[in-house]
Design a protein around this ligand. Sequence first.
Ligand code: ABU
Length: 396
Amino acid sequence: QGRRSFGSEAREVHVAQHKVGPQGHGRKLNAWTQWGELKECVVGVADNACFPPVQPAMIPEINDPVLRNVLGEWPRGRKSQRCIDAANQELDNLVNVLEGEGVKTLRPEVMDWSQPLRTPLFAVENQYVACCVRDTVITVGKTAIEAAMSRRDRYFEILAVRQILRDLWREDPEMLWKAAPKPSMADDMYDLSWWDWTDEERYEHMHKYRYCINNEEPIFDAADITRCGKDIFVQPSMTCNYAGIEWLRRELAPQGIRVHSAHFPYDLAPSHIDCTFVILGPHLVLTNPERPIADRDAEFWKENGWQFVDCGQPDNPERPAFSQSSKWLSMNIFVIGPGKVIVEEQEKGLQNLLKHQCGFTTVIPIPFRNVFEYGGSLHCSTWDTRREDDMVDLFP
Ligand code: ABU
C-alpha cells in the first residue's frame, strides 16, 4: 500500500500522522435536550469587552435617562475594567458552582476585541466580547453548529471557542461539526427601515415576524434555538430569519431531526428564545407572561401533552445602563439536570415557582447581575457540550 497515496488505508495513515483524525480520548459531544444531566459545558468570559458599535443589526440605547443626558451618545471602545472584573467574578463563580455539581467546565480563549474589523463589505471600529457563548454555537445531538450571526462586531466571536471545537472533534469520532454560511453582513442584508417604525407600527406588523434583517441570506443566533430531542424549535427574531430556519431544517433533516419555527408575536423586537420560552423538562415549559406563543404553535405543544407555566414578573426588573436585553433575563435560568437548576439570586419568586410548582428539588441561587451588561444571564453565557440524554421523541 506504501506509496499509493490516495488509497483508503494510506489516507488513514496520513490522517493519523497529521493528528487530524480521532484521538480516542473518550470525550463525546452530546446534547439533545435542555434538561439532560449536564456533564460538560463552556462558560463565557468578559475579558477585553467593548461597547457594541452602532450598526444595522443593533442601534443601542442607554437605558438610564440621567446617564443618557450626561453622556449624550452611545459610548465607544473598551468597557471599564471594573465592569469587566465584576462580570468575570460572577462567571468564575458559576464555573465553581458547576464544577461542584460534577460538571467539567471549559472557557473561551481570551482575545483582543478592541481591534477594528474590515471585510470587503463592512467595517466596525471594534468587536464585542465572548461572554454569551450560547449565541455563537449550539450542540444539537452529536452536531456542533456554528451560527450565522447578524451583528458585525460578532463576526469572529466564534474564534474564541474554535480550539474547544477542534479538540472535541479530534477526540470524538462521531461528532459532526458544521458552520452555517458566513453572512455577508453587507448593508443589503438588513432592513434599516425597521428601526424607524414606531411601536404602533411594529404592533400592526407583529404577525409578519419581520425585523431588522431581511430574508436574503440564512441568519440565526444559536440562542434562537431550543432543543427537545428529535425536535428543535427556532424563533424568527432580530437575529434569526426564515432562511436561517430553512438552512437548519435542510442540514438536520438527514439525521431525523425536525426543525420547527416558534412564534411570539407580542415581542416586538425579539432576540433569542431563552428569555421567552424556557423548556424545563419533558412536557414542561416556563413561559413569559408578556410574550405568549402564537395560538397555532401553542396548539401543537398542547396536543403533544406539554404544559406551560407562566413565570412571574422579575423580582428585580432593573436593567444595567448599557444592557440591550430585557428585564426578562430574570428567566434566563440554566437547567443542569432533571430537577436541578441555577437561578439568579435575586429572583426569589421564580426560585419558589421552580421548587413548588415545577418539581425542581435542587434550585441553586447565584449572583449574576453584573453579567446582564453583556446581554445575557446564566443560559446565555453557557454552551452545553455534553449532557447525558438521548434523541427522545416528545412530539410523536
Ligand atoms: N440574550 C437574550 C435576550 C433576550 C431578551 O432580551 O429578552
